[in-house]
Design a protein around this ligand. Structure first.
Ligand code: COA
Length: 322
């Protein structure tokens, strides 16, 4: 039998606190209109002091497991994508495993910045296709608000907190059609976040916050995402007209619109959560996918292209028959 992986459940969690552009404009030199016009963001969610990547992951994961109607003890692999783990170790995956009380699974984290969810999905798919796992929980969970310098208007306007999850299960019909992941370590200086305790250069300015040359990141992101669309279509011998939905990483509406244009897709076929969530890094694609599944936009049998781009640089896509 040829094995494929198939999405059997999705979940998501957003913290309660809403932080608007107006509120940010009170503390840094910016405005609602500047932020909205340049990024498409109006507000983002901010995790409470009691919350963490693991606590948010747990809520999203429980929703996905419930939607799938599956016994959590059948999960044999847990992969959490995060750049904001609760601890350096144990991994957030292990913390999530403990919270869910899942005994016979192996759990680990994937760190690919904003592309983390696609990387995790790709690994999960390989495990299932090879027969090494049958049911895999994939989660992206991020507390970006804690690694953002709230005095830097170039970055603090962009990010938000949240968690998204999906459960993949083995099946004999596709499923996940293909995944494609890439990295290029030459671009570290354009987007990075140091961990001061382990950094080689303990620069006092680098207090553990995101540092980004936004305009340069923007240009590489647009070109790279255009290329990954071509690669994904070619690998599946598919025409862009066969894609029903684009579920992109939510970094900037202008980047998303450029990818949609490349696919000749109307923005009505693009799932956009950016306006009220900002960029939730490795959670964003899974949150958007969950939202569109739950509100009935994405239907069984439809073809969905997921894509993301992030620090590293890392980038990737997944083509799914839902
Ligand atoms: N409010 C008002 N002005 C701002 C501002 C803000 N929040 N941030 C920057 N500016 C100013 C700059 O200082 C600059 O001023 P100057 O012309 O006087 O020098 C001007 O706006 C243009 O800055 P620039 O950085 O060229 O703007 P931009 O159009 O590229 O938009 C981003 C900035 C960050 C919104 C955009 O570059 C972006 O989204 N980049 C990609 C980010 C991304 O995807 N990151 C994550 C990857 S996963």
């Amino acid at each position: 039998m040829i094995r494929y992986s198939r999405v059997v459940g999705t979940g998501g969690y957003l913290p309660e606190e809403v932080r608007t552009n107006e509120q940010i404009s009170e503390t840094v030199d910016t405005s609602d209109s500047w932020i909205y016009e340049r990024t498409g963001i109006k507000s983002r969610r901010i995790a409470g002091a009691h919350e963490s990547a693991a606590s948010m992951a747990e809520i999203a994961a429980r929703q996905a497991i419930e939607a799938a109607g599956c016994d959590p003890q059948t999960i044999d692999l847990i992969i959490v994508a995060t750049g904001t783990p609760d601890l350096v170790y144990p991994s957030t995956g292990c913390l999530l495993q403990q919270r869910l009380g899942i005994k016979n699974a192996v759990a680990f984290d994937v760190q690919a910045a904003c592309s983390g969810s696609i990387f995790a999905l790709s690994i999960a798919d390989q495990y299932i296709k090879s027969g090494a796992a049958k049911t895999v929980l994939v989660v992206g969970s991020e507390i970006c608000s804690r690694i953002v310098d709230w005095t830097d208007r170039g970055t603090c306007i962009l990010f938000g907190d949240g968690a998204g999850a999906l459960l993949l299960s083995v099946t004999n019909e596709p499923g996940v059609l293909s995944t494609h992941i890439h990295s290029d370590g030459d671009f570290k200086d354009l987007l990075y976040c140091p961990l001061p305790q382990t950094s080689v250069n303990k620069n006092e300015q680098e207090a553990g916050y995101i540092s980004m040359r936004g305009n340069e990141v923007f240009k590489v992101a647009v070109n790279t995402l255009g290329r990954i669309v071509d690669e994904t279509l070619e690998a599946n011998n598919m025409d862009r007209s066969e894609i029903d939905w684009l579920v992109p990483h939510q970094a900037n509406i202008r980047i998303i619109a450029a990818t949609a244009k490349k696919l000749k897709m109307s923005m009505k076929q693009v799932v956009v959560t950016l306006e009220t969530q900002g960029n939730t890094s490795s959670a964003s694609v899974l949150l958007a996918f969950n939202e569109a599944v739950r509100d009935g936009r994405i239907k069984r049998g439809q073809v969905v292209l997921l894509e993301a781009f992030g620090a590293g640089f890392t980038w990737g896509s997944a083509l799914i028959k839902y």
